[in-house]
Structures are given as C-alpha cells and as structure tokens.
Design a protein around this ligand. Structure first.
Ligand code: NIG
Ligand code: FE
Length: 412
C-alpha cells in the first residue's frame, strides 16, 4: 500500500501547534472549506487551499467531496491488553454494588490480573488487535496502552511486549504509546506491604523497562484504598528521573489530592478527575498538566462527570479518552465519548475535537508528531461522511467516520 496520498476538496478542520491548547485556545481551529492535504512517505507535506496540482506520479488521489477531514483521533487512556472479561461485576454494579466494594472483596482489577497472568502472549495480542481494529474504524490512529494487569515482573513484561509486537507490524492500523502501570493495584503477594511493592517497582521494574525501552510513560492509581499521594510522588519522581513521562489516575472516586500532585510533579497528564478540587484544577492549569477526561467511565459507573467546562474556563488543557478496560468501562466508543463530553461536560464541538486530537497527543508526549494536520506531522487523518463537524456529538453514539488514514495509507 502506498504512503503517498493527495486528498482534494476536503473541508479541513484541525487544531494547530506542537503543544497542548489551553483554555479558550481549545476553540481555535483552522477551517479550510475546500482544501488539499498531501502526504509523502507517510508525512504531511502540504496543507492548504486546493492550489497545488494533484497530478503527481506515485500518489493516490482521494476526492473528499467537501467532507470534513480531521487529524486522526488519539485515544490517550486505555487498558487494552488484558485476559478474560468481567461481565459478572457489571451485573453486580447494576444491582447496586459499587466499583470499590467489588475491589475490596478481591474482585475488580485483581480479577483481571489472575486472567492476564494465565493468558498466553498470542491470546493477549489477538484480543488487543481486535480492539485496535474496532477503534481504527472509529478514527483512532494512536492509542495509549497501559500495563497493570500483571503486577509481577513477567506478566507486566508480557503485556508491554504484546504492545511492542503490535508496534513492530509495518501494516498496523494504530500506533500504541505504552505506559507502565505496575502500580494499578496491590498484588495479593504484597498484601499489607504496599510500600515494599512501590520499592520493587522503583528498584527492579522501572530500570528494566527503561533499559528494554518497553514503555514511554509511567502511571499510578492514586486513590483512597489503593496507593497514597506519598507513594505516588515517590514512584513518579523515580520514573521521571529515568526519563518516563508521569501520568496519574487521579481523584476518580474521592477527592484525594491527585490533581494537586500532578501539578507539583508537572506530570504529562492527570486522568479521570471526577472529584478534582478547585485547587487541583488550578494546579493543572498553572503547571501545563493535561486534564484527561474519561466520560464513558463516569457514564458506566453512574458517577458525576468531571467538570470539563470549569477546567477549560480555568485555563486547563483538556483531553478526552475512552479508558477502555474490562472493569470500570468496557467501551472504546469514540462517538459516545464525543456525545457525553458535549452534552454533560459542556464542551463545544471545537473543544472536543482539540481534546481528542492535539491535547490527547500532548497527554502522551507526542504533540510534536501527531494530533493536527500540519506539514511535518504524521499523515494520520479521518474523513467524515459529511461536511459538518457538528455531526460528531449530534449523531449520538453512532460512527460518522467514513475513512481512516494511517501514515498516508487509506485503511477503511
Ligand atoms: O481507569 N481506576 C483504575 N483503573 C481503571 C479500571 C481498571 C479495571 O477496573 O480493570 C480505570 O478506571
Ligand atoms: Fe484507566
């Protein structure tokens, strides 16, 4: 398949820049009603009016017929490599159990840890590729993938190696940005010894993963009953010292100081933030930490939505992601994410587009390479089936994507 592509007659809609867009700037999109994008060897080499000749040998030409062309979507928070499923827990929650009460009984994340330890490399890879194919059809061209269902050396490495193997396929549909989430829960072997587990992650796991180049970023579930703010600070500082970007599952269930810590550490992102305090929101804005909001999780857990409108009005850079995982949110639906963000978090369509493209890229430390339609960035693009970008939340929970383009290759 050729990586040289010229798209003509496109309604180009894109944020611009190589860093996250904050506050009001999230609304500022470049809008070219009838434009051309050229991709050469997988990289964008022209964006502008329909001026350049499209008669170029060696290029495939695609007529967008006035339809909307966006940057490929960046789903910057998922747990897509895991064994088993947890439908029983979903039913228990429908009957009134809470997410944390199931976790306290030894279910939840630990349940998936057992299944992931038992699963073979091939099983995990096959399942991850199924999710990636589905997400690609919804316009996703880069996804974040976390470990965190092993909680021991070999299984954490197995999860990360699955993602590495996907990234090594030349015809992959989606790139995976890998995140080490060894501090997702306390494994049974370390019961009552959570400080010792954090030390194990710092002294053994982080240096090994760094040396093998198996992850770019490091994350922790900083939450009451899981890991404390102090433990999170210790782990993430050690990770940053090795060159990993820091990310946190922060203030998901209770207000716990996770957003404040993210600000203090100048983390790449703080994620969830359903219960983030006003002080925490200020800390994110002042320290350029991307606030990654996951509306599908709030929806599935029947929790209040994160205060997206307030965060943007306070000057935060907000990203949107799915949180696809077998427990709190078994959905990777980009269309539903758009709808919930606009309806319940009160984002404008332009803000939601920025959140799921450029700001998602920034939350992964990749805004220099992806997240907007600009010369020099990867030719990762999404063509909608209409000329109006408002279709994204309006066509509620339905897929408005007609074509996904990865590095100049038209996929589907
Ligand atoms: O982002 N909250 C922690 N981690 C995931 C849930 C993982 C699971 O339940 O398996 C989340 O919601
Ligand atoms: Fe998560």
């Amino acid at each position: 398949m050729s990586n040289n592509l010229i798209i003509i007659n496109a309604h180009i809609v894109t944020p611009q820049g190589r860093t996250a867009r904050k506050g009001e700037a999230m609304n500022e999109l470049l809008n070219i009603p009838c434009g051309t994008v050229r991709v050469t060897d997988g990289i964008i080499t022209y964006v502008g009016e329909n001026r350049i000749s499209h008669e170029k040998p060696g290029y495939k030409v695609l007529d967008a017929r006035g339809n909307v062309l966006l940057p490929g979507f960046v789903d910057s928070h998922t747990h897509l490599v895991f064994g088993g499923f947890r439908p029983d827990e979903f039913i228990w929650r429908l009957n009134g159990d809470s997410y944390m009460s199931i976790m306290e009984r030894g279910g939840g994340i630990i349940n998936t840890v057992r299944a992931t330890r038992e699963a073979s490399f091939e099983e995990l890879k096959h399942k991850a590729e199924w999710f990636l194919d589905t997400m690609s059809r919804m316009g996703v061209t880069t996804v974040e993938g976390k470990s965190g269902y092993g909680l021991d050396r070999d299984t954490e490495l197995k999860q990360l190696s699955v993602m590495q193997a996907v990234n090594e396929c030349p015809d992959r549909k989606v790139d995976i940005a890998t995140t080490f989430l060894g501090a997702h829960a306390l494994p049974e072997e370390y019961k009552g010894r959570s400080d010792a587990y954090i030390d194990f992650l710092i002294n053994e796991m982080l240096p090994m993963i760094h040396q093998k180049q198996l992850a770019e970023n490091c994350d922790i579930f900083c939450e009451k009953g899981v890991f404390t703010v102090e433990q999170s600070r210790k782990l993430l500082k050690a990770a940053q010292a090795l060159g990993f970007g820091a990310k946190l599952h922060a203030d998901e269930i209770v207000s716990f100081g996770g957003a404040e810590l993210a600000g203090e550490l100048k983390a790449l992102s703080a994620d969830h933030l359903l219960q983030a305090s006003d002080e925490g929101i200020k800390a994110l804005a002042q320290n350029n930490v991307v606030a990654t909001l996951l509306p599908l999780t709030a929806f599935t857990l029947k929790e209040p939505y994160a205060r997206g409108r307030k965060m943007i009005d306070s000057g935060c850079a907000v990203a949107l992601a799915t949180d696809l995982n077998p427990g709190s949110c078994f959905s990777g639906s980009i269309p539903l994410t758009f709808a919930l963000a606009c309806i319940y978090m009160k984002l404008t369509v332009a803000e939601a587009i920025t959140a799921i493209t450029l700001n998602g890229a920034a939350a992964l430390g990749r805004a220099d390479r992806i997240g907007s339609i600009e010369a020099g960035k990867q030719g990762d693009l999404v063509l909608l089936g209409t000329d109006n970008p408002h279709i994204l939340p309006y066509y509620t929970g339905m897929n408005a994507v007609k074509l996904t383009i990865k590095g100049g290759r038209v996929l589907h």
